[in-house]
Design a protein around this ligand. Structure first.
Ligand SMILES: Cc1cc2nc3c(=O)[nH]c(=O)nc-3n(C[C@H](O)[C@H](O)[C@H](O)COP(=O)(O)O)c2cc1C
Length: 174
């Protein structure tokens, strides 16, 4: 098996993150991997917003539960991540969600290759229009005409996950 395939198979979502900073050079590399994702008709209208400002991160995780039901606001903090990559695209783009998913997977895989854990945090996609959420997004530098589809929460894993079988069907019609 080559190193790329090994990396894909090793990636897991991490929700227990160590209190250790990711170097900016690594964040730049991971974001670059996201930037090189495919996009429909190569439009590249998405933006990757790297948020390490702890005040802005707190504003985001404090605001989001105000616009959603069923979230325990007292526990909601993006798993304590101090490094977010928010992937957004034009709200008017029908295909933005798919482009952003490709970007996010590139981010997750690049992080894995550097020994950095990641997890998809989904709640911004339905709360981007909440006034307080939007204010925090604007402070982060996300364009006003963008909808945020994915928060990639990054951090060093407390412990490497090596289990979790994958069971989705693979079917060959030959
Ligand atoms: C569209 C999508 C939305 C997700 N939303 C969340 C989320 O809001 N919070 C979370 O902890 N994980 C979220 N995940 C991560 C999944 O729970 C995770 O990928 C799945 O359990 C498989 O585990 P693995 O990533 O370790 O292979 C999401 C994943 C996807 C693809």
């Amino acid at each position: 098996m080559n190193a790329v395939i090994e990396n894909i198979l090793a990636r897991r979502s991490y929700r227990a993150l160590a209190d250790k900073k990711i170097e900016k050079a690594d964040l730049e590399l991971i974001a670059k991997a996201g930037q090189y994702a495919p996009s429909a008709m190569n439009r590249q209208t998405f933006q990757i917003t790297v948020v390490t400002n702890e005040e802005v991160i707190k504003k985001l995780y404090t605001a989001i539960p105000k616009y959603m039901e069923g979230i325990d606001a007292s526990k909601y903090n993006f798993y304590g991540s101090k490094h977010l990559m928010i992937v957004s695209d034009l709200a008017s783009s029908e295909i933005g969600q798919m482009d952003c998913a490709c970007v996010a997977e590139n981010i997750f895989l690049a992080a894995e290759s550097l020994g950095i854990g990641s997890v998809w945090v989904n709640q911004l996609r339905n709360t981007s229009d909440g006034e307080e959420v939007r204010a925090a997004m604007t402070e982060a530098g996300i364009p006003a005409d963008h909808r945020a589809w994915v928060i990639c929460a990054l951090g060093y894993p407390v412990e490497k996950i090596t289990h979790k079988e994958k069971t989705a069907k693979i079917h060959f019609c030959e």
